[in-house]
Design a protein around this ligand. Structure first.
Ligand SMILES: [Fe+2]
Length: 174
């Protein structure tokens, strides 16, 4: 993610409790990053939040850039849950990550492009509501773009405390 993270975690809603518990169980297995991302993806499919985990104001997004709202941080810093809101046309820079990441779309469509180390486009997909993907470095250089005319919202889970590091990004490539 490249948006400025709004630092104060939003109070965790009751609807998030099963998701948090499931992710915790997955992370506590202490398997490798790629496998953890897949285990967390299973939990996200089972317990996908609805857009109302964000406030109506948060769901509006910002005209300036896409917004990241920290929804939950595990007390030991082992994972964070962030809600990202993209108005039409908003996009990330090309970037990779410091840790595994799993995300699911809860409103609209997100267009994702995947690049190799020489920044050749090696894959792209349109992710719709209910679609969940998990990935882990290396090989996670990507860009996300809302190419539609409707605001898109996704839930991202990262294997770190994003409020401590400020971001999940390892490096920008543009
Ligand atoms: Fe990303």
């Amino acid at each position: 993610m490249t948006a400025t993270l709004i630092p104060t975690p939003t109070p965790t809603t009751a609807a998030m409790v099963p998701l948090v518990a499931g992710i915790r169980t997955a992370v506590e297995r202490h398997v490798g990053w790629a496998e953890t991302a897949e285990l967390v993806a299973e939990e996200l499919r089972l317990h996908m939040p609805t857009p109302d985990v964000l406030t109506p104001e948060q769901r509006l997004g910002s005209p300036d850039e896409y917004q990241g709202h920290t929804l939950y941080v595990e007390p030991d810093g082992s994972f964070s849950i962030v809600g990202l809101v993209w108005r039409p046309g908003q996009l990330t820079r090309i970037h990779d990550h410091v840790t595994w990441c799993t995300f699911g779309v809860i409103q609209g469509v997100e267009h994702e492009e995947l690049f190799d180390a020489d920044l050749n486009l090696v894959g792209e997909s349109d992710n719709h509501v209910g679609d969940v993907s998990g990935f882990a470095p290396p090989g996670d250089i990507h860009r996300v773009h809302n190419t539609t005319g409707k605001t898109a919202i996704s839930i991202h889970v990262y294997g770190t405390d994003v409020t401590r590091s400020g971001s999940s990004v390892r490096r920008y490539y543009d």
